[in-house]
Design a protein around this ligand. Structure first.
Ligand SMILES: *[C@@H]1O[C@H](CO)[C@@H](O)[C@H](O)[C@H]1NC(C)=O
Ligand SMILES: *[C@@H]1O[C@H](CO)[C@@H](O)[C@H](O)[C@H]1NC(C)=O
Length: 138
Protein backbone atom coordinates (compact mmCIF):
# COMPACT_ATOMS: atom_id res chain seq x y z
CA UNK A 1 0.00 0.00 0.00
CA UNK A 2 2.67 2.44 1.09
CA UNK A 3 4.83 1.32 -1.81
CA UNK A 4 2.01 1.88 -4.29
CA UNK A 5 1.55 5.36 -2.97
CA UNK A 6 5.25 6.12 -3.39
CA UNK A 7 5.19 4.72 -6.89
CA UNK A 8 2.19 6.86 -7.81
CA UNK A 9 3.89 9.89 -6.35
CA UNK A 10 7.08 9.23 -8.29
CA UNK A 11 5.09 8.78 -11.49
CA UNK A 12 3.18 12.03 -10.98
CA UNK A 13 6.42 13.86 -10.29
CA UNK A 14 7.98 12.49 -13.46
CA UNK A 15 4.96 13.49 -15.54
CA UNK A 16 4.98 16.93 -13.97
CA UNK A 17 8.66 17.50 -14.76
CA UNK A 18 8.17 16.22 -18.29
CA UNK A 19 5.33 18.67 -18.92
CA UNK A 20 7.28 21.57 -17.41
CA UNK A 21 10.18 20.97 -19.75
CA UNK A 22 8.43 20.18 -22.98
CA UNK A 23 5.07 21.95 -23.23
CA UNK A 24 4.98 24.03 -26.39
CA UNK A 25 2.44 26.53 -27.69
CA UNK A 26 2.10 27.65 -31.29
CA UNK A 27 -0.13 30.58 -32.21
CA UNK A 28 -0.88 31.54 -35.82
CA UNK A 29 -2.45 35.00 -35.97
CA UNK A 30 -3.90 36.91 -38.91
CA UNK A 31 -2.19 40.31 -39.02
CA UNK A 32 -3.56 41.42 -42.41
CA UNK A 33 -6.28 43.97 -41.72
CA UNK A 34 -9.49 43.67 -43.71
CA UNK A 35 -8.74 40.17 -44.91
CA UNK A 36 -9.66 36.60 -44.03
CA UNK A 37 -6.90 34.07 -44.41
CA UNK A 38 -6.98 30.26 -44.56
CA UNK A 39 -4.57 28.06 -42.67
CA UNK A 40 -4.02 24.30 -42.53
CA UNK A 41 -1.52 23.12 -39.93
CA UNK A 42 -0.27 19.59 -39.34
CA UNK A 43 2.55 17.35 -38.14
CA UNK A 44 3.32 13.78 -39.12
CA UNK A 45 1.00 12.68 -36.27
CA UNK A 46 -1.73 15.33 -36.18
CA UNK A 47 -3.82 17.11 -38.81
CA UNK A 48 -5.24 20.22 -37.17
CA UNK A 49 -7.73 20.92 -39.98
CA UNK A 50 -8.47 23.87 -42.21
CA UNK A 51 -9.37 27.15 -40.49
CA UNK A 52 -10.37 30.58 -41.71
CA UNK A 53 -9.10 33.45 -39.59
CA UNK A 54 -10.57 36.94 -39.64
CA UNK A 55 -8.22 39.87 -39.05
CA UNK A 56 -6.63 39.67 -35.55
CA UNK A 57 -8.05 36.18 -34.90
CA UNK A 58 -5.70 33.33 -34.11
CA UNK A 59 -5.45 29.55 -34.13
CA UNK A 60 -3.59 28.12 -31.13
CA UNK A 61 -2.48 24.62 -30.23
CA UNK A 62 -0.43 22.96 -27.51
CA UNK A 63 1.76 19.87 -27.59
CA UNK A 64 4.72 18.12 -26.08
CA UNK A 65 7.81 17.59 -28.20
CA UNK A 66 8.49 13.89 -28.64
CA UNK A 67 11.48 12.20 -27.10
CA UNK A 68 14.44 13.07 -29.31
CA UNK A 69 12.84 16.42 -30.14
CA UNK A 70 11.96 15.63 -33.74
CA UNK A 71 8.43 17.12 -33.57
CA UNK A 72 7.73 19.35 -36.56
CA UNK A 73 4.62 21.31 -37.48
CA UNK A 74 3.90 22.87 -40.86
CA UNK A 75 1.16 25.19 -42.09
CA UNK A 76 -0.25 25.87 -45.54
CA UNK A 77 -1.05 29.57 -45.47
CA UNK A 78 -3.33 31.16 -48.06
CA UNK A 79 -3.92 34.90 -48.24
CA UNK A 80 -4.81 37.51 -50.84
CA UNK A 81 -1.15 38.63 -50.82
CA UNK A 82 0.58 35.29 -51.24
CA UNK A 83 0.66 31.75 -49.98
CA UNK A 84 2.96 28.85 -49.21
CA UNK A 85 3.87 26.00 -46.93
CA UNK A 86 6.00 26.92 -43.91
CA UNK A 87 7.58 25.09 -41.00
CA UNK A 88 6.11 26.71 -37.88
CA UNK A 89 7.75 24.52 -35.25
CA UNK A 90 10.91 22.44 -35.13
CA UNK A 91 14.08 22.25 -33.07
CA UNK A 92 15.67 25.23 -34.83
CA UNK A 93 12.58 27.45 -34.50
CA UNK A 94 12.23 26.41 -30.86
CA UNK A 95 15.59 28.12 -30.26
CA UNK A 96 14.07 31.35 -31.55
CA UNK A 97 10.71 31.26 -29.79
CA UNK A 98 11.34 28.97 -26.80
CA UNK A 99 8.03 27.50 -25.58
CA UNK A 100 5.68 30.10 -27.14
CA UNK A 101 5.86 30.43 -30.90
CA UNK A 102 3.69 33.30 -32.11
CA UNK A 103 3.43 33.67 -35.89
CA UNK A 104 2.03 36.91 -37.27
CA UNK A 105 0.74 36.41 -40.80
CA UNK A 106 1.46 39.71 -42.53
CA UNK A 107 0.83 40.97 -46.07
CA UNK A 108 4.54 40.35 -46.81
CA UNK A 109 4.57 36.80 -45.40
CA UNK A 110 4.72 34.98 -42.06
CA UNK A 111 6.79 36.44 -39.20
CA UNK A 112 7.86 34.65 -36.03
CA UNK A 113 7.99 36.69 -32.83
CA UNK A 114 11.38 35.64 -31.46
CA UNK A 115 10.70 35.48 -27.77
CA UNK A 116 14.37 34.80 -26.97
CA UNK A 117 15.51 38.08 -28.58
CA UNK A 118 12.99 40.53 -27.16
CA UNK A 119 10.26 39.74 -29.67
CA UNK A 120 12.29 40.73 -32.72
CA UNK A 121 10.52 39.49 -35.86
CA UNK A 122 11.92 36.76 -38.09
CA UNK A 123 10.04 37.22 -41.39
CA UNK A 124 9.87 35.11 -44.51
CA UNK A 125 8.54 36.18 -47.93
CA UNK A 126 5.62 34.45 -49.62
CA UNK A 127 6.64 31.37 -51.59
CA UNK A 128 3.75 31.60 -54.05
CA UNK A 129 1.95 34.58 -55.58
CA UNK A 130 -1.55 35.56 -54.45
CA UNK A 131 -4.13 32.97 -55.43
CA UNK A 132 -6.27 35.53 -57.27
CA UNK A 133 -3.56 36.34 -59.84
CA UNK A 134 -4.29 33.86 -62.61
CA UNK A 135 -1.62 32.67 -65.01
CA UNK A 136 1.24 33.81 -62.80
CA UNK A 137 3.34 30.68 -62.17
CA UNK A 138 1.06 28.01 -60.62
C1 LIG B 1 -14.52 37.20 -43.64
O1 LIG B 1 -15.38 36.12 -43.33
C2 LIG B 1 -16.58 36.53 -42.70
C3 LIG B 1 -17.32 35.26 -42.26
O2 LIG B 1 -17.40 34.35 -43.31
C4 LIG B 1 -17.38 37.37 -43.69
O3 LIG B 1 -18.57 37.80 -43.08
C5 LIG B 1 -16.55 38.59 -44.07
O4 LIG B 1 -17.23 39.35 -45.05
C6 LIG B 1 -15.19 38.16 -44.61
N1 LIG B 1 -14.36 39.34 -44.77
C7 LIG B 1 -13.68 39.60 -45.89
C8 LIG B 1 -12.87 40.86 -45.90
O5 LIG B 1 -13.70 38.85 -46.87
C1 LIG C 1 -5.84 34.31 -29.45
O1 LIG C 1 -7.25 34.27 -29.34
C2 LIG C 1 -7.70 34.04 -28.01
C3 LIG C 1 -9.21 33.85 -28.06
O2 LIG C 1 -9.81 34.91 -28.73
C4 LIG C 1 -7.27 35.21 -27.14
O3 LIG C 1 -7.68 34.99 -25.81
C5 LIG C 1 -5.75 35.33 -27.19
O4 LIG C 1 -5.35 36.48 -26.46
C6 LIG C 1 -5.30 35.46 -28.62
N1 LIG C 1 -3.83 35.45 -28.67
C7 LIG C 1 -3.14 36.32 -29.38
C8 LIG C 1 -1.65 36.20 -29.33
O5 LIG C 1 -3.65 37.19 -30.07
Amino acid sequence: MRQNLLLTFALLLTMHCYSLVDKETVVVKNDISGENITIHCYSSDDDLGVHTLAYAANFTWYFHVNIGGSTKFYCDLTTGHGSGNYGVFDKRLENQCDDYCLWLIKATGPCLVQKVIRGELYCQPWKKPPYHIKGFAS
